[in-house]
Design a binder for this molecule. Structure first.
Ligand SMILES: [Zn+2]
Length: 226
């Protein structure tokens, strides 16, 4: 059965999944990485170590295994809840959401590190896609290549190592947190892929970078008049 996806409409945002903050939007709002997950993870490590020391197949070994499995289950649920709340929260903020496509083969090193830090990014994006679909929010993945190395203001390439947390453009002097810059680039890429290219006035004249579109309804009604 195929149900049509939500159309591109309303307020559009881009999101960047990150190392410091769980998520940063193109509007500059952030979602913290939940602390309770961290403490549960370290508790899990303790239990796993303890279980490993027990004699295999003994009664105590079995008990320890059950404890580990229970906590695993609990962590999974807690994370899923956090993901679900975050997804709904994003759907409250926008009617069109763009995110980096982390399934793309040949991710750059920064991306791979992201995956190492939180392997659940993929799970979150799948859940977000589903929540968006349920709530009539348009969701699209964009090419993640170089999102953190591009200036969202002028389109210049601004190379920076992962350790550098600020985006400072030598071309146009635009300055912001690197994750915010990346989220804005994600938004621009998404818009470029869905907004008709012939809407000349929605483009910056020089470099072809779309800018200033935060309300696609405006864009569409304008399009209808044209
Ligand atoms: Zn710039």
């Amino acid at each position: 059965m195929s149900i049509p996806d939500a159309p591109v409409h309303g307020r559009a945002i881009g999101i960047d999944l990150g190392l410091e903050k769980f998520l940063t939007t193109s509007q500059g709002t952030t979602v913290e990485r939940p602390k309770f997950l961290k403490s549960l993870q370290s508790r899990l490590k303790v239990l796993q170590r303890r279980a490993a020391r027990k004699q295999k197949r003994s009664n105590n070994w079995e008990k320890a295994q059950i404890k580990v499995a229970r906590l695993h289950h609990h962590i999974g649920n807690t994370r899923k809840n956090f993901h679900l709340c975050t997804a709904h929260n994003l759907c409250d903020q926008a009617q069109t959401i763009f995110a980096e496509d982390l399934n793309t083969v040949g991710l750059n090193r920064g991306m791979l590190r992201k995956e190492c830090v939180d392997a659940s990014f993929g799970a979150f994006l799948s859940l977000l896609e589903w929540v968006c679909w349920k709530r009539g929010v348009y969701f699209e993945r964009v090419n993640p290549y170089g999102t953190s190395q591009t200036c969202p203001e002028c389109g210049a390439t601004v190379a920076k190592p992962l350790s550098e947390r600020e985006h400072i453009c030598p071309e146009c002097q635009y300055q912001t947190h690197r994750d915010h810059a990346a989220a804005r680039v994600v938004l621009l890429r998404g818009l470029e892929s869905v907004v008709p290219q012939d809407l000349g006035e929605w483009k910056l004249s020089g470099n072809g970078v779309l800018s200033g579109i935060s309300d696609l309804d405006k864009c569409r009604s304008r399009n209808a008049i044209l």
